[in-house]
Design a protein around this ligand. Structure first.
Ligand code: ZN
Length: 391
C-alpha cells in the first residue's frame, strides 16, 4: 500500500499519544498488511485442547500404560504446532500455542517453582477439582518455565508469538500459603521470579509478554499490590508503559519488549484510573461479556495506555457475526485511537467447542480488517477518541 501509515492518523490528532508504545506495537504489524490502519488481532492465551491431548496426558500419567515421556512430548509438540497454525489460519497477527502444554494456569507454574508442594485436589465448583498447591518454603527460581514452549512455538510460527504468564498476584492468591507472613510478601517474591523468567524469554527472542491476573478482578482493593508486583516484573526490562515506563540501560534488554496485563470478570471502576500507573504497554480487558456496560469507566480520565479490547465473548458458545464484532471494535475506538487498539476475545477460549473458538477468531480478524478499511476511507470518524484537554 502507498500513502499514509497509522502514524499519520496519530499526527492528525496532534501527536497526543506517546511515541514508544506505538513503536513497540508496530513491530507486530505484518509486512503484507493490506490496510493503512492496523488494529492488532490476537488471543488471550488458552484454547480448546484436542481430545487426544487430554487422553495422551491420562496415558502418560498411567504407570500401566505404555506411553512414555517421549510419546507425551511428541503429543504436546504436535498439539502446539497444530493450534499455532490454526491461529495463523484464522488470520491472527500475533499467535499463541493455545497453552497446549499447560494443564492449569497456577498448577503449571507451581510445578516449576521451588517452594511449592502438592497435596491433592480440592473441590472448586460443581464437580470440578483443582490441584491447589501449597507454598511451604520461600519460593525460588531453579528452572525456566516457558522458554522451551516459546522456542518451539516461535520456531513453527510464521507470525510473532505472544507469551502469557500467570501473574504473581494470582499465583499467590490461588495457592495455600504456609511459608510467608502474608500473601503480599509471597506475591512480591513471585514477582521477582516472573522478572527472571521474562529476562530469559526476552533473551530467547520473545517480545510480547502478557501477565494474566484474573485474581485482581475478584479482589480489586489490592491494586496497589499488583502495581508493586508489576514494578518488580518490569525491573530491568525496557517497557514503555503508560507512565513513561521503566528502563535500565545496564541490563541491555531490547527496547521493543511489549508488556500486557490481562484482567477479567470484575469491576474495573475499582482499579481505574490507578492501573494507568502500572508499567505496562497494554491492558487486555474483558468487556464483551458485560455488553460494554463498563466502557464508561475508561472515558475519564483519558486511557493513556494501549487497549486490548475483548470483542468476542469467551463464555457463549455462539459465534458472533462479523457485523456484531465490528460494532464491538468501534466501541474500543471511543476509548482509544486505532493505533492504540488491539482486539482479542474477552478471555481464554479453552472451554468452548473448538470450531466455535475458531469461528470467533476468524470473524474477529475479518471484522478488524473491515474496520481498518473503513478507517482508511474515512467512513469511520475517530473524533470521539479522547484528546487531552491541554492539547
Ligand atoms: Zn481472563
Amino acid at each position: 500500500m502507498s500513502g499514509g501509515s497509522p502514524r499519520d492518523s496519530k499526527n492528525e490528532r496532534g501527536g497526543t499519544t506517546r511515541e514508544s508504545p506505538d513503536d513497540a506495537r508496530n513491530q507486530f504489524r505484518p509486512e503484507d498488511h493490506d490496510n493503512d490502519h492496523f488494529i492488532l488481532t490476537t488471543i488471550v492465551g488458552s484454547y480448546p485442547k484436542p481430545k487426544w491431548v487430554d487422553r495422551s496426558r491420562e496415558l502418560y500419567e498411567d504407570p500401566d500404560a505404555d506411553f512414555d515421556e517421549d510419546a507425551w512430548e511428541e503429543a504436546q509438540n504436535d498439539a502446539s504446532r497444530l493450534i499455532t497454525k490454526e491461529h495463523e489460519r484464522a488470520g491472527l497477527d500475533v499467535v499463541v500455542d493455545g497453552e497446549m502444554r499447560r494443564n492449569e494456569m497456577v498448577e503449571y507454574f507451581a510445578h516449576r517453582i521451588s517452594g511449592y508442594e502438592f497435596n491433592g485436589p480440592v473441590k472448586v465448583w460443581g464437580h470440578n477439582y483443582f490441584d491447589k498447591p501449597s507454598v511451604v518454603t520461600d519460593v525460588e527460581y531453579d528452572e525456566t518455565w516457558l522458554v522451551d514452549e516459546y522456542e518451539f512455538t516461535s520456531e513453527v510460527a510464521d507470525r510473532p508469538v505472544k507469551v502469557p504468564i500467570t501473574g504473581p498476584y494470582t499465583l499467590a492468591s490461588w495457592s495455600f500459603n504456609e511459608a510467608y507472613d502474608d500473601e503480599e510478601s509471597l506475591a512480591y517474591d513471585l514477582a521477582d521470579l516472573v522478572n527472571e523468567e521474562i529476562k530469559k524469554l526476552v533473551e530467547s527472542g520473545a517480545r510480547y509478554i502478557q501477565i494474566d491476573e484474573p485474581a485482581l478482578a475478584t479482589t480489586p482493593d489490592d491494586h496497589a499490590i499488583v502495581g508493586e508486583c508489576l514494578e518488580r516484573i518490569a525491573d530491568g526490562i525496557s517497557v514503555s508503559g503508560a507512565n513513561g515506563g521503566q528502563s535500565d540501560e545496564s541490563d541491555a534488554v531490547p527496547e521493543d519488549v511489549y508488556l500486557g496485563l490481562h484482567v477479567c470478570y470484575g469491576d474495573y471502576s475499582r482499579i481505574y484510573p490507578e492501573m494507568l500507573d502500572y508499567p505496562v504497554d497494554e491492558f487486555d480487558l474483558e468487556l464483551a461479556n458485560g455488553d460494554y456496560e463498563q466502557l464508561d469507566v475508561f472515558r475519564d480520565p483519558e486511557f493513556t495506555a494501549n487497549l486490548a479490547l475483548g470483542v468476542t465473548d469467551a463464555h457463549t458458545a455462539e459465534v458472533e457475526s462479523v457485523e456484531e464484532i465490528k460494532e464491538n471494535i468501534k466501541k474500543g475506538l471511543e476509548i482509544v485511537p486505532p493505533e492504540q487498539l488491539t482486539v482479542s476475545p474477552d478471555c481464554g477460549l479453552k472451554l468452548l467447542p473448538r470450531e466455535v473458538a475458531y469461528g470467533k477468531m476468524a470473524n474477529m480478524v475479518q471484522a478488524a480488517r473491515e474496520v481498518e478499511a473503513e478507517l482508511d476511507s474515512g467512513e469511520i470518524d475517530v473524533r470521539n477518541a479522547p484528546v487531552s484537554a491541554d492539547d
